[in-house]
Design a protein around this ligand. Structure first.
Ligand code: ZN
Length: 166
């Protein structure tokens, strides 16, 4: 009897493992573009970011990007990933701007959600932010010049602001 069941199972189609849909980059041309304009929800548990970050870390270099915010891959949560070295990535969760210098600088910025376009964006030269790390450790960090611009660019994505708004 058991053999018969096993034979039946072997003959039949193997049960398919649920396949996760790959993340796609939302641009202003995609159907789901309205997610890019939403104010994202705070991350409340590891489930809100863990399932996505490994894939985001693969997408960033594949698209020659530096950073990728959750809404850019259709996740309306407050976190982003920045490539800080060849194989180094930092995850910023629920970031909050604590301080920004009056002194500013203008940068030429691009965005994976607005392909092939460059915009001039004036930003504070120095910032201090508070956020949680990938290990959910609360930290306070300082950034200046290009890094401040990158962090602010990604933080703005979480509030639905894009560089074409400047
Ligand atoms: Zn962007």
């Amino acid at each position: 009897m058991l053999n018969a069941v096993i034979n039946e199972l072997v003959k039949g189609e193997l049960p398919k493992l649920p396949k996760k849909k790959p993340l796609e980059i939302l641009t202003l041309e995609t159907d789901r573009k309205q997610i890019l304009r939403k104010r994202c929800e705070p991350v409340k548990s590891t489930k809100d970011f863990r399932p996505y970050i490994d894939e985001m870390k693969v997408i960033i270099p594949a698209y020659k990007g530096v950073g990728l915010a959750a809404p850019q891959v259709g996740i309306c949560k407050r976190f982003f990933v920045v490539r800080t070295g060849k194989d180094r990535y930092e995850v910023f969760i629920n970031p909050l701007l604590v301080k920004a210098s009056d002194e500013s600088k203008t940068y030429t910025e691009g965005c994976l959600s607005i392909p092939e376009m460059k915009y001039f964006v004036k930003r504070p030269r120095r910032i201090v932010i508070k956020c949680l790390t990938e290990q959910l450790k609360p930290v306070k960090m300082k950034f200046h010049d290009e890094w401040a611009a990158i962090i602010l660019h990604e933080m703005e994505h979480l509030d639905g602001i894009l560089i074409c708004d400047y």
